[in-house]
Design a protein around this ligand. Structure first.
Ligand code: FAD
Length: 297
């Protein structure tokens, strides 16, 4: 680790947090403990994911609504168009408009499990670009879209993927949030490519604090992100040491964020997995802290 990496804590970064809609009352309690812990860090926004194929439509909506009603947080709702007609998707968009939710993370979604390639619903939006256009037609939303520094697995080339991202931005997206990645150079190279394609919206890095080797093998492998050998090895021998794994995870993610910051990045989106501890610790190391006098745990 370079000695100056933690010398000057970040003070001017914008942070945002991603949550997923809870399935059970117990998970709901965990989510709310996390939200309460992270809220004083004053994130630019928090977002709530939409389950595969719209499976969490109601739960996402309920979670977003509760955050809007019970906190001061600016809230973004993820929305996918897979497996749904335009009318169904438009109903969801209008509902968010009525609820005062002005930020949508517009996504295509994945083909259902066991189906090889993505096919749009016969009456649905074709892809995320098409969905962005639909959202724009309904209201004046802030729209974030997905970006893939190591290209989307469905895309034949990185160039085709960049053209797709450019089309999403031209359709009205105001921000892109990246799929997770682990080497800052991967992100910086991607930024250069975005620039050369005239993609001029913020490309916010998505940061996932990885806590287990199993997480790397399953979740991460499925999204096409390259897992460096050093990262997998970092969790070797720690299967029975969850506390140590957490510390290792925080150190790795903080180092990643600091390197990005040193390269000029000021916006960071944390995939929290509804757990506040790690994200809170990383933000603390980076100088993002609750106001003095905020009650502790
Ligand atoms: P798109 O941008 O539409 O395209 C995906 C790929 O298909 C691109 O490679 C593109 O080049 C190619 N493509 C698009 N249109 C065409 C075309 N007409 N012809 C040929 N190729 C085409 N999933 C969920 O289910 N719920 C979530 O809440 C969720 N949140 C996410 C948040 C972030 C920040 C990220 C990065 C991903 C998220 N995902 C989520 C996953 C996402 O739904 C999948 O990665 C999905 O496979 C692609 O969605 P997209 O919006 O990137 O699609």
């Amino acid at each position: 680790l370079h000695p100056s990496l933690f010398a000057e804590p970040v003070r001017d970064a914008n942070i945002s947090f991603e949550f997923f809609p809870p399935k059970t009352p117990k998970m709901e309690e965990t989510l709310w403990q996390s939200i309460k812990k992270l809220e004083p860090l004053d994130p630019a926004f928090v977002s709530v994911t939409y389950g595969a194929g719209g499976s969490t439509r109601e739960r996402t909506h309920r979670t977003v609504k509760r955050i809007v009603e019970e906190t001061s947080l600016v809230t973004a709702a993820h929305l996918t168009c897979v497996g749904a007609s335009r009318d169904e998707v438009n109903d969801v968009i209008r509902q968010y408009k009525d609820d005062g939710v002005n930020h949508i993370v517009a996504l295509r979604g994945d083909a259902p499990e066991g189906v090889d390639c993505y096919t749009p619903h016969p009456d649905g939006y074709v892809n995320a670009e098409d969905l962005v256009k639909g959202i724009r037609d309904i209201g004046d939303f802030e729209i974030s879209v997905a970006a893939y520094p190591e290209k989307h697995p469905d895309s034949p080339t990185l160039a085709a993927d960049l053209e797709n991202l450019k089309r999403k931005v031209d359709a009205g997206a105001t921000r892109a949030i990246t799929q997770l990645f682990f080497e800052p150079d991967v992100y910086f190279r991607f930024l250069d490519h975005c620039q050369s394609y005239g993609i001029d919206v913020p490309i916010v890095p998505g940061v996932l604090p990885v806590t287990t080797g199993a997480m790397l093998r399953t979740f991460v492998a499925n999204c096409g992100a390259n897992v460096p050998a050093w990262l997998s090895e970092m969790f070797d021998g720690l299967d029975d040491r969850p506390e140590t794994r957490k510390m290792v995870a925080a150190a790795i993610a903080a180092e990643q964020v600091r390197k990005l910051y040193a390269g000029g990045v000021r916006d960071f989106h944390f995939y929290t997995a509804n757990r506040a501890d790690l994200t809170f610790a990383i933000c603390h190391m980076l100088g993002h802290r609750p106001p003095a006098g905020t009650p502790g745990e």
